[in-house]
Design a protein around this ligand. Structure first.
Ligand code: NAD
Length: 297
């Protein structure tokens, strides 16, 4: 048996198309475009790449992109003042502060200053709380994207055994909440879990969000499991390579022989994150404009 490759790139392209079409409808109804403000402090090269691709994707989806690039030595007071200004700006539906911030700035304090109704990353404690108690808010983009891939493939997740490896606030924990909400039986495994292979063995659904190259082995998986690999790890360059290959947290080549479906790295979960960010921004726009959010979003 060879597992089906879950094509996150194709799914994300469809989602972006749908968001684009609905963004045009929003503009007709609201008399303005939906808007996303992205704040980048400093010159971290990876963050610059992310911010550039978010900007491009936002514009391509027919939404307004407001970029704020601040120098690395920006004070917390200045950054908080900008966030306040964006909170009050009616053209801005979503606010994203690119993390990590330079060391002298407190990530949590800055996230706390974002209006929860513009927190399209879903990192504000109010949104974490809403997710925990089953109220509608904003869910972090990566786990929501994983959930879309899972429900697209499996439909009803009721009663399925799901194991999430990793307990971060941005991936593992919200992923587990979403699976629980969908009536899966959820286990969260982490760095202190005893017998991780044994825990993974019972899972119909495995979500790996660890950040360790090819840690999850084929022998750990139950026959026919559905595997979502969130990890992005760069291997050391092999001879003759300038850069090492990107791999996930799961040994893809081995897992293909055991799982029924698996996301590749790259091309699986990765492309979903920006697509879901655009989706969250458009949801925020509908809500902020007092319009009903279209169900297909
Ligand atoms: P993190 O470092 O915050 O969390 C990693 C988690 O893995 C921790 O909860 C830890 O307990 C657990 N862990 C560490 N070692 C372990 C072990 N040996 N066994 C079991 N669990 C272990 O990372 P994160 O932010 O949640 O990201 C996880 C991975 O997902 C990273 O590779 C990151 O690059 C990737 N990621 C991808 C996307 C995307 O595709 N768009 C988005 C976010 C994160």
């Amino acid at each position: 048996m060879t597992a089906e490759r879950i094509d996150g790139k194709a799914f994300a392209a469809l989602l972006r198309e749908r968001v684009g079409a609905l963004a045009t409808q929003f503009e007709h109804k609201a008399g303005r475009k939906a808007g996303l403000a992205v704040v980048l402090v400093g010159e971290d090269p990876a963050s610059q790449v992310y911010v550039r691709s978010k900007h491009k994707a936002t514009v391509a989806a027919g939404m307004e992109s407001f970029e704020h690039r601040l120098p690395a030595d920006t004070s917390e007071a200045d950054l908080l003042a900008l966030v306040e200004q964006l909170n009050a700006d009616e053209a801005v539906d979503g606010i994203l502060v690119q993390l990590p911030l330079p060391g002298h700035l407190d990530d949590q304090a800055v996230i706390a200053a974002i209006s929860p109704d513009k927190d399209v990353d879903g990192f504000h404690v109010t949104n974490a709380g809403r997710l925990a108690v089953g109220q509608s808010g904003f869910v972090p983009c990566t786990p929501l994207g994983c959930m879309m891939l899972l429900t697209d493939r499996l439909g009803d997740l009721s009663g399925l055994e799901a194991v999430v490896i990793g307990r971060s606030n941005i991936v593992g924990k919200p992923m587990a909440q979403l699976l629980l909400d969908a009536n899966a039986t959820v286990t969260i495994a982490h760095s202190r879990t005893k017998d991780l292979p044994g825990v993974v063995k019972r899972a119909d659904i495995v979500v790996a969000a660890v950040g360790r190259a090819e840690m999850v082995k084929a022998e750990w998986l139950k026959d026919g499991a559905t595997v979502i690999d969130v990890g992005i790890n760069r291997l050391p360059p092999a001879e003759g390579e300038e850069k090492g290959r990107l791999v996930g947290d799961v040994d893809y080549a081995g897992a293909e022989g055991v799982a029924s479906a698996i996301t590749p790295v790259p091309g699986g979960v990765g492309p979903m994150t920006i697509a879901v960010l655009l989706r969250n921004t458009l949801v925020a726009a509908y809500r902020n404009a007092g319009l009903a959010v279209p169900e297909i979003l």
